[in-house]
Design a binder for this molecule. Sequence first.
Ligand SMILES: *[C@@H]1O[C@H](CO)[C@@H](O)[C@H](O)[C@H]1NC(C)=O
Ligand SMILES: *[C@@H]1O[C@H](CO)[C@@H](O)[C@H](O)[C@H]1NC(C)=O
Ligand SMILES: *[C@@H]1O[C@H](CO)[C@@H](O)[C@H](O)[C@H]1NC(C)=O
Ligand SMILES: *[C@@H]1O[C@H](CO)[C@@H](O)[C@H](O)[C@H]1NC(C)=O
Ligand SMILES: *[C@@H]1O[C@H](CO)[C@@H](O)[C@H](O)[C@H]1NC(C)=O
Length: 676
Amino acid sequence: MALLQSITTKRLVLFTLLLLATLSAGEKMMEVPSDIRRQSSARTRQWARSELDGTLLVQMHISLAHSNIIEKADQYLFDVSDPGSDSYGRYWTAGDIVKAFASPASASYLVMQWLLGSGVPQDQIQLSNSRGYLLVHTTVARLQQLLSTTCHLQKKTSRPEHTEIVCQSLHIPSSLASFIEYVSISPRSLQPWDGTNNPSHSAVKRAPAAVPHSFSTRSIQDCHTYTSPPCLRELYNMPSAGGVPPHVNSSFGVYGQSYMTWLADDLDRFFGKYEPELVGQRPLVEPIDGGYLQTLYNNTVFNLESDLDFQYAMSLTRQNVTNIQVGDRYLTGDVNNMLAAFDKYYCDALDPAFDSIYPLDPPLPGSYDKTSDCGTVDPPKVISISFNWQEIDFSPEYLKRQCLEMLKLGLMGVTVVVSSGDTGPQSGTDGGTCILEDPLNPLSFTKNATAAGFNPGWPSSCPWVTSVGGTQRRMSTPPQGETSSHDTGVRRDTNVKKPWQENEESLRHVTPSFPNVTLTSGGGFSRHFPAPAYQRAALSSYKELEGAHLRNLAAAGHYTASAMAGRGYPDVSVLASAYLIYLHGQLTSVYGTSASAPVFASMIAMINSERLHAGKQTMGFVNPVLYAHPEMFNDITAGSNMGCGADPAFEAAKGWDPVTGMGTPDFEKLRKILVG
Ligand SMILES: *[C@@H]1O[C@H](CO)[C@@H](O)[C@H](O)[C@H]1NC(C)=O
Ligand SMILES: *[C@@H]1O[C@H](CO)[C@@H](O)[C@H](O)[C@H]1NC(C)=O
Ligand SMILES: *[C@@H]1O[C@H](CO)[C@@H](O)[C@H](O)[C@H]1NC(C)=O
Ligand SMILES: *[C@@H]1O[C@H](CO)[C@@H](O)[C@H](O)[C@H]1NC(C)=O
Ligand SMILES: *[C@@H]1O[C@H](CO)[C@@H](O)[C@H](O)[C@H]1NC(C)=O
């Protein structure tokens, strides 16, 4: 147990007086935000409740309010990311960030005094290194008394080892309200998820953006039908081989999760076909929290995403691509585990209700035997994440903290690119789910897969990442007279647009593997994050253009007026159809924005190389400059996404739209503005 921070006598007197004034005589209690997850009827059905033993040890995680820099953080990021600003490109160091984001000392002191005054022994309270969190190890009985609540245990019926403590609303003295951001509760020891016993569970809670695929053994014909590196180069005006020499400091990382692994044979087959000089090249593996390349199981779920990401990222950039591999063979790890490895102070924010905490207690054979990695890894300058969760799966506080961490990466000159999902405004696994707001309890949501409120995806809905949606060619078969140009290499002719280049529309595709799911570009509006300044003009223009349609969606209950003020996503889009990849030795065609994100990230990595060669900084957070220069994009105005019973849900339109964002990038134009 860490020692309490020492406090000067003078402060002690001052705060004791303050406390006496506020905590005396039956002080009023008020509800505090907490990580106790919303319960839906769907959820309750899958969980069995039981009584909680009052002597059970639990851990209470009190997040202290940050200094008011959070309100200003938005402006700081804009200052370093807006080309018009004097501070453009003047990125922060990790040290600058720690200093600026620390909690005021008074918060930890006051909260500690309340705990001590309520009878929690001092050695059961631990102040985190960053002074941002207090960890309290206590019993269920004391916790219930302290927070005026009652708790019980919930076990998932299908996975009894998966237990959660669920409490009614938590209360704190109202005088502490401005010092405590939220409280979360978790059992002291975690049950491991044994990924090797039943790998299919992986898809249940922490599933990737489903990358539905259609297996095809047909030989490739041409860019009208299939997508390959030469087609992407042609379509988006990217340089062919040897275009931009990679700069040694232009680092580029792709996020991967424990069991998900690329296969060397597949990479080499792909390189052999498209980039022969890359044969034998491998991603640089950066393991986090025991991350490793899993080889016990070769299947689509485990190998498709990684094979796709690295085949394209490495081919397009021809630079070193890092495989950020998170999680050991028991705990899958998640984006927060990655963020903690970048920022040692964020480690305190890992929340066992969602994130994986290492080491396992007790350890299992081959499990990661160290504590969760904290600040041990330098973030690559571009990070691509082809995974999607749903905003409602997390508490508002969790969303806010993770999103703030994305903002900090932007402050340090890192670009975070995420795929927007493949199921329109209906995020989640198995084709996605929707939300029904319960009028009796505005905080509770019911998942409803057929017709209900749109369900925004995560982390796309965080305003400090660049979210990438998906497009396809309007023509799926080659027009008369066009012959195959693919196998022989595509001739570059930038003056004459081929019909398929002028006919990009938003993704809409049904695969044999998911017959009841139409893949459409993930997009919509956050329910938590208001629209950031950089996109407000683009959003109002869309709402004006689409006013009548949006009012119809609202009238049908898909969309609320308040949601209209939320962060809109995606920001941009990239072809998401019929990517050829090698998977288990077979040439396969795959669909989804999982492909789009690494392609856009590759463009930023190439631009970073060029900027570094010119003695400039990396791009960092790119959204302000993207929205300021719509001329860098092919505006996609055809198509729509669908979901939650609405078809169309959102429609592609002139300018930005929540289907294809600003449109698809023209690399040459992007390069001129971003490098120049
Ligand atoms: C790529 O990584 C390898 C191995 O770390 C290193 O030797 C090489 O210099 C790197 N190349 C570039 C262009 O950064
Ligand atoms: C790469 O970055 C390191 C650390 O900032 C710096 O010392 C080095 O000079 C850079 N390399 C080049 C070629 O710019
Ligand atoms: C999985 O595929 C890789 C590469 O093709 C191979 O080396 C490995 O043995 C395979 N694993 C299993 C369990 O088949
Ligand atoms: C789903 O939503 C529809 C329309 O709002 C409603 O009629 C239906 O009962 C809901 N289904 C569930 C399982 O909640
Ligand atoms: C697809 O929908 C049809 C009709 O609603 C249903 O009968 C069928 O079982 C569904 N198939 C799958 C794979 O869910």
